[in-house]
Ligand binder design. Sequence first.
Ligand SMILES: NC(=O)c1ccc[n+]([C@@H]2O[C@H](COP(=O)([O-])OP(=O)(O)OC[C@H]3O[C@@H](n4cnc5c(N)ncnc54)[C@H](O)[C@@H]3O)[C@@H](O)[C@H]2O)c1
Length: 328
Amino acid sequence: MQFEFIVHVVQSGVHEVGGNSYGETSTARKEPYSRRDDGPLGGEREASCGWGGATVRVQLTKGQLAVTNERTIVEISGSAAIVTGGASGLGAATAKRFAELGATVFGLDVPQSIERAGDNVPAGVTLIPADVTSNDEVSAAVAQVVDSGAPLRIVVNCAGVGWAGRILSKNGPHDLELFRTVITVNLLGTFNVMRLAADAISKTDTVDEYGQRGVIINTASVAAFEGQIGQIAYSASKGGVHGMTVPAARDLAQFGIRVNTIAPGIIDTPMLAGVTEEYRKGLEAGVPFPSRLGRPDEYAQLSQYIVEHDYLNGETIRMDGALRMAPR
Ligand SMILES: NC(=O)c1ccc[n+]([C@@H]2O[C@H](COP(=O)([O-])OP(=O)(O)OC[C@H]3O[C@@H](n4cnc5c(N)ncnc54)[C@H](O)[C@@H]3O)[C@@H](O)[C@H]2O)c1
């Protein structure tokens, strides 16, 4: 049986690929990069590579019976990327991954989170203080990204907040301002970044014969579909993010911008840092397979995949190990 594999160059050295020369320690996938191999899937191993006589380490990441001539149209390497909530959790992991893949990454976040990140910011990532709910702050941040000179092609909206509260509890009705805050950050903030970033992406050159320019990824949650008791505000906001996916993809089609949404299950981010081991075990047990929490880098990996897959548009993808949340 033969497998298609995708080569990630993970070893220093300059490799000639398809006539182009790429710099060292790149983990970017270059195209057209499909080859046949009988090796096992998963893991890394050495493989001799005809390009420039180099030996590279490869990761076998995909099994297929036939080889396709896979092409990456929206190149992560050389593009500018905006990642909101980029100072923490899923946003930080995504910013790091895209920077490692050669993008110039700008993480938009609130000053407190940027301060908390301290020096722990990966090379290639610049954190910009910007509240996603602010027209002025996001406009200024997008202008800074445009000034970087790298074309803005990737936007990942990870900024978000959660709040637990029932519509009605022993303490009375849900606080209206708290509801407004969650909707404002998660839904309006996502919309705000999407509209301003799309404007900048629309001014870049197209990258293929179909007029593609860039990709926007938003973050919902499985709570968009089965919100638990006490998640009324959060579920409403994430349901809104899911709901924007198709109309946003339709609105932005004429500008060559794809829009997709990731709906994560329970991911091991700082949000869960304070929970007890017992509680964590309970969360893990509720995930059918694999029975563990998701990892931020798995979110980042899916973001990369969405960027690189030209035909993925207007879709919300659950990333949850088949988790379906119970009422509580
Ligand atoms: N971790 C999970 O299990 C999980 C599950 C489903 C969905 N999500 C969603 O994924 C996204 C990222 O969550 P996370 O777990 O990485 O959380 P996190 O708290 O680690 O990161 C969220 C980041 O968003 C930033 N942020 C909040 N309000 C902002 C604002 N107004 N402007 C700019 N930045 C702001 C925060 O400062 C923080 O750095 C959120 O939208 C969250 O709802 C997370």
